[in-house]
Design a protein. Structure first.
Length: 319
């Protein structure tokens, strides 16, 4: 018989100011897996996780964490669940390593503090008060605090935010080790490459509901689409370009009705064209640019990324 999920949410509803921030959401996170919960700002993902952590009381539905209700299983869950919040709420006058040592005393069999501190590079600022730590240093300390009790389940909110590349990869390696040891990891992040690198299962949330879920490969391979990236002067007339590309797609028969290439300017002067990137679409792109005297550089065609999927699902408008 298979083990029950580490987190099981069914029909979760949470209202704020009369509006359903979470609206009938279902979510499952298994032991020994990294589950990445993604969504734009205001999508409801943080509220969902706070209901799992017992920080908010649901208005409807059910939440089970390690088989228990977070509202009634507090003591037992605190011994088995690690929580890393981006706003850690740690006392700012305490020295970093003293804080970690203090938290370790609250558990029956904590991890070795010295080993954990070395893994996360806490030694360089061990004697510094928390108020004087940089954002990345606070994140590393918050992660150590979440892990020192040897949790069976850990919630990580933006675990590598503000970190330099070396720290970021050290954190990723530690997360992979947790998964391999059978720990359930629930990760919320805005960094698509972080989710793509770590997640076994991805859940995309928007408007309080799950709008897509699955493995990273399944999500990015849901269509035969690819992404063409190129550089050009900023501010191209993308509506005119999109029309030319749509005409090229229609001329050879679009794979799906209305499924045309989509072009966006990801950063000034850097463009991404996603959709059915065929030779005809490529020819239409170069013909359109030649007619306007626009030089395209650094053209490359590759598979769609998780970020491409995320933007297709949630839109490109600012929230």
């Amino acid at each position: 018989m298979s083990a029950p999920p580490a987190v099981e949410i069914r029909g979760l509803v949470k209202r704020h100011g009369g509006r359903a921030v979470v609206d009938g959401l279902d979510l499952t996170a298994e032991a020994g897996q990294v589950t990445a919960v993604l969504g734009p700002n205001g999508a409801g993902k943080t509220t969902t996780i706070e209901c799992c952590e017992g920080l908010r009381v649901p208005d409807g539905g059910s939440v089970r964490v390690l088989g228990l209700d977070p509202q009634t299983g507090g003591r037992e869950l605190r011994a088995q669940v690690g929580v890393m919040l981006q706003d850690s709420g740690l006392p700012t006058a305490v020295r970093a390593l003293d804080m970690l040592r203090h938290v370790a005393t609250m558990y029956a069999v904590p991890r070795d503090v010295a080993e954990l501190a070395e893994r996360l590079g806490l030694g360089d600022f061990a004697g510094t008060t928390i108020r004087r730590l940089s954002g990345g240093q606070r994140q590393r300390l918050a992660l150590a605090i979440a892990l020192v009790g040897r949790p069976a389940l850990v919630f990580l909110d933006e675990p590598s935010a503000g970190m330099d590349p070396q720290s970021r990869h050290a954190v990723w390696e530690l997360v992979r080790e947790l998964r391999d040891d059978g720990v359930a990891v629930v990760l919320t992040t805005h960094l698509m490459d972080e989710a793509e690198s770590l997640a076994d299962h991805v859940v995309v949330v928007d408007h309080g509901r799950v709008i897509a879920e699955g493995g990273v490969r399944d999500l990015v391979a849901a269509t035969a689409d690819r992404t063409l990236r190129f550089e050009a002067p900023p501010g191209l007339d993308l509506s005119s370009l999109a029309a030319a590309l749509a005409a090229a797609t229609l001329a050879v028969g679009a794979p799906t009705p209305g499924h045309d290439p989509v072009v966006r300017e990801s950063t000034p002067g850097e463009y991404a064209l996603s959709g059915p990137v065929t030779p005809d679409v490529l020819a239409a792109l170069t013909a359109w640019s030649a007619a306007r005297g626009v030089l395209l550089t650094s053209l490359s065609v590759g598979r769609r990324t998780l970020e491409d999927v995320f933007l297709d699902l949630t839109g490109r408008n600012l929230r």
